[in-house]
Design a protein around this ligand. Sequence first.
Ligand SMILES: NC(=O)c1ccc[n+]([C@@H]2O[C@H](COP(=O)([O-])OP(=O)(O)OC[C@H]3O[C@@H](n4cnc5c(N)ncnc54)[C@H](O)[C@@H]3O)[C@@H](O)[C@H]2O)c1
Length: 253
Amino acid sequence: MTQSFASKVALVTGGNSGLGRAIALAFAEQGAKVVIAARRAADSEETVAMIRDGGGEAIFVQTDVAQTADVQAMVATCIREYGQLDIAVNNAGIEGTPMVPTADYEETVWRQVIDINLTGVFLCMKYEIPEMLSRGQGCIVNMSSVAGLAGGRIGAAYYASKHGVIGVTKAAAIEYADQGIRVNAVCPAIIETPMVERAFDGDEEMRDRFKATHPVGRFGKPEEVASATLWLCSDGAAFTTGHAMAVDGGRLI
Ligand SMILES: NC(=O)c1ccc[n+]([C@@H]2O[C@H](COP(=O)([O-])OP(=O)(O)OC[C@H]3O[C@@H](n4cnc5c(N)ncnc54)[C@H](O)[C@@H]3O)[C@@H](O)[C@H]2O)c1
């Protein structure tokens, strides 16, 4: 299914944990040079070491995607170290806690979630796209969620931000479709990652209840989101842009 990404440079925000790490490792396995852009140094250096141990190439750039200067430095470092940017996976995100109904939702949490999940994706695209335009090619995958395609309880900012990610994905897809840049979104249901572990907080009854909402009868694996992401960045997806792809074990059916 996947092609080799040898000679490509792939940047993954939040590439030090969960989905981002699985995506970074998958690109490296297929030969891409990988830029891990994330806040936490220890997890990021560990991911870089995993890639290098496997014979791949990777660097870490400490980045807060909600900070313009950090995002500019992220792209500049990628270009300085590897000379090009072919693929950008704008994956960094937070769930926003406490998760409570809208009337109880804290304004500070709202602003933080929108800042990271939505403005962060916008800022990344704003500085990634010019580098891609300079070479007339590029693929962007933005991490949305089934929470970007349907509503749900106790996460107003998360639902809003993930719907917004699909909006900004479609806008950019149209703007740059005739200039060699494809922009798509991935919309996972519940995938076993540290974010989900935090949300369940050991509540097995809640875990089983949520599992039952996935017709395949289980949660997803980070590698299953990685393979969808790699396909969207492959030549096989050359005619696919502006798409919000559910990777959800049938949850939205
Ligand atoms: N796990 C799921 O079930 C699921 C489902 C749908 C969508 N998602 C989305 O997938 C993405 C990855 O989530 P995950 O489950 O791997 O969670 P995770 O907590 O394991 O990873 C999130 C990553 O984003 C990074 N991050 C957070 N804020 C950042 C910031 N301001 N700047 C830079 N990096 C930042 C974290 O450090 C971490 O590396 C998120 O956007 C999340 O909303 C996850």
